[in-house]
Design a protein around this ligand. Structure first.
Ligand SMILES: Nc1ncnc2c1ncn2[C@@H]1O[C@H](COP(=O)(O)OP(=O)(O)OP(=O)(O)O)[C@@H](O)[C@H]1O
Length: 259
């Protein structure tokens, strides 16, 4: 599906292809994400959502096609350069970080971003500034009351909140989230939806999510991926009513809801 880029487009993907042997995991995919929006990528199992996110973050090299971010061609840029430009993916916390308190985790992420910019400060002042910013991020993601708890001792939902915090500490212009609600109970999932909704206008979000209730509550626009191709992009209402999407993905439940 080809759409015309607008000046508001922060991310533009054009005719992206990822081939694994005989399989086109990404099949000439076109996608645009507008500055400030919450954009959800949906699609059945194996549609190629994660493969697309990997190519956007820079962990998988496309076979062909183009990715532009903030007007710059980043198709062949390494991940650290993309992060530097504000294209950040949220990752699962690694075992090392699980042993550190929430506040230290976030202070390390702030340091990763600001290392060179705080270089001219006295070490003690730089450290205070880092920890103050880390505490503000913790508050932002709902972890202000558990600053000294080790990440490993947090609940599953809180760990996912911390992961969002670690990504936010890098001050993303576009935050990529792969299944932020995975494995969550209803309360945790509700909290994550509230947190992501509260980021609207502050940063741009592109999220892959299987929880359709969350997707339809959160997203400004949704793109549907089927067999590596983006078959439709539109508002939740437009996607709900799109015949191809209903046929390929949403199934009877949403078909009835849209009728
Ligand atoms: N490294 C790889 N080597 C070979 N095939 C791969 C590789 N990574 C993904 N694939 C294949 O590419 C297709 C898309 O996979 P992908 O994981 O991107 O889909 P997905 O939409 O994220 O699926 P799910 O919703 O189940 O997570 C699948 O057929 C998968 O088996």
């Amino acid at each position: 599906m080809q759409t015309t880029p607008t000046p508001d487009d922060l991310l533009v993907v054009r005719q992206l292809v990822k081939r694994y042997g005989g399989l086109l995991a990404t099949d000439h995919a076109d996608l645009s994400v507008r500055s400030g929006e919450i954009h959800a990528l949906i699609g059945p199992n194996g549609a190629g959502k994660t493969t697309l996110i990997h190519q956007l973050s820079g962990t998988v090299a496309p076979t062909s096609g183009h990715i532009a971010f903030a007007g710059q061609d980043i198709t062949h840029q390494p991940m650290h350069q993309r992060v530097h430009h504000g294209l950040v993916r949220s990752y699962q916390i690694t075992s090392v970080f699980l042993r550190l308190p929430v506040l230290d985790n976030l202070a390390l992420a702030v340091q990763a971003r600001s290392g060179s910019s705080l270089r001219f400060w006295q070490p003690a002042r730089a450290e205070r500034a880092r920890y103050a910013e880390a505490a503000a991020v913790a508050e932002r993601v709902g972890l202000g009351a558990v600053l000294q708890r080790t990440a490993g001792a947090l609940s599953h939902g809180e760990q996912r909140q911390l992961e969002v915090g670690l990504a936010l500490a890098l001050r993303p212009r576009l935050l990529l989230l792969d299944e932020p609600m995975a494995g969550m109970g209803p309360d945790e999932s509700h909290r994550m939806v509230e947190l992501l909704a509260s980021l609207r206008g502050e940063t741009t979000l592109l999220l892959v999510e299987h929880d359709m209730d969350a997707v339809f509550r959160l997203a400004d626009r949704i793109s549907a991926l089927v067999s590596g191709r983006v078959i439709a992009t539109g508002t939740p209402d437009a996607i709900r009513q799109d015949a191809a999407v209903r046929k390929a993905y949403l199934g009877d439940e949403h078909e009835e809801a849209a009728a």
